[in-house]
Design a protein around this ligand. Structure first.
Ligand SMILES: [Zn+2]
Length: 336
């Protein structure tokens, strides 16, 4: 019999995600969504208005916004310009080397054009990106660990170089996904002269709110171009910029028994959009699936074979949580 445990409220697998806290069979992400009701977001918004009044930049830019071009990026820029009257945020992105989607290209272009602001896109050399991604993939099946760090570091470093003292990021994912109990406003990267603020800690952030604001600002999801119906997910609007990014997300499945379907479906349960039973059905049916187009683009970019990819995955597969079905797919033991 399987010893896999799940959260009593949202159905998320317990005891495998690094850092995930839990209490009496309930994951911290579920506890945090209750905790959110006690946070005075109006006071936080007033605090931010005051912060802008008191902070003085040496730059012609008011702040840096770390963006990918996705729905949260659109939401952050809209909030800053619309709610706080910020006139010149500087957009900064680190870009990966995978093939971009049409929607991703459009959104990256749209965010600068729609708001009429400048955008710096920082591209690492192809070789460095691929070397780092391959090392992460081989070492602990975490291909974009290095790149994700750069997505925080690059906006921070560019802010310093331009004499800008504030950087905005989207959600505080440690809180939203349950590895922290406090919804901190400042990212730990902050130092004396440059503050990094999670705008998702100033508003009662939800996926639905963020998507609605982004769409008002012209954001397009993958269905717009009908270009690719992604497998192994339950939505077509998050992390859609590049095709192989899904591989990075999927790599949690062999190690921890969950990936994007669990993350989003259980979040939808917390946000009242799905029942736990519906989420569990989606997780059982789809969480194990690796999108074939994403795998092909990943292997092509890193110049590795399908067989090599499969061998690395096999090395990291956790058979305390998983088994192989008749099609050679890794599946969760508790759904056998
Ligand atoms: Zn939960």
């Amino acid at each position: 019999m399987s010893t896999i445990r799940i959260c009593k409220k949202c159905g998320f697998i317990l005891g495998t995600r690094p850092g995930l806290l839990e209490q009496d069979g309930i994951c911290q992400a579920c506890l945090n969504i209750e905790e959110k009701k006690n946070i005075d977001f109006t006071a936080r918004q007033q605090w931010l208005s005051q912060y802008f009044k008191e902070s003085h930049n040496k730059s012609k830019y008011d702040c840096v916004v770390g963006v990918s071009g996705g729905k949260d990026s659109h939401m952050i820029v809209y909030r800053l310009m619309h709610d706080y009257g910020i006139k010149r945020p500087l957009l900064v992105s680190a870009v990966d080397e995978f093939t971009m989607t049409e929607a991703g290209k459009y959104n990256r272009d749209n965010i600068s054009r729609h708001f009429g602001i400048d955008h710096i896109q920082f591209r690492y050399s192809h070789d460095e990106f691929c070397e780092q991604a391959l090392a992460g993939f081989k070492g602990d099946l975490h291909p974009l660990r290095w790149f994700e760090e750069q997505c925080y570091k690059v906006p921070f470093e560019i802010a310093k170089n331009f004499g800008i003292n504030t950087v905005f990021m989207g959600e505080n994912s440690a809180f939203e996904y349950g590895s922290a109990k406090q919804l901190d406003i400042f990212c730990p990267l902050s130092d004396e002269e440059t503050k990094v603020i999670f705008l998702g800690a100033i508003y009662p952030y939800s996926i639905a709110d963020s998507l609605a604001i982004a769409k008002q600002c012209g954001f397009r999801d993958l269905t717009y171009y009908n270009e690719w119906y992604r497998q192994g997910t339950i939505e077509q609007y998050a992390q859609i910029d590049s095709i192989a990014y899904l591989v990075h997300i999927w790599c949690k499945f062999p190690k921890f028994g969950f990936q994007r379907v669990s993350d989003i479906a259980c979040r939808h349960v917390r946000e009242g959009l799905l029942t736990k039973e519906q989420a569990l059905q989606l997780i059982q049916d789809r969480d194990y699936i690796l999108d074939p187009a994403a795998k092909a683009d990943f292997c092509r970019t890193l110049e590795i074979s399908n067989q090599y990819f499969d061998d690395i995955v096999e090395k990291h597969a956790n058979y305390n949580l998983l088994y192989k079905d008749c099609n050679n797919n890794l599946r969760r033991l508790d759904f056998k």
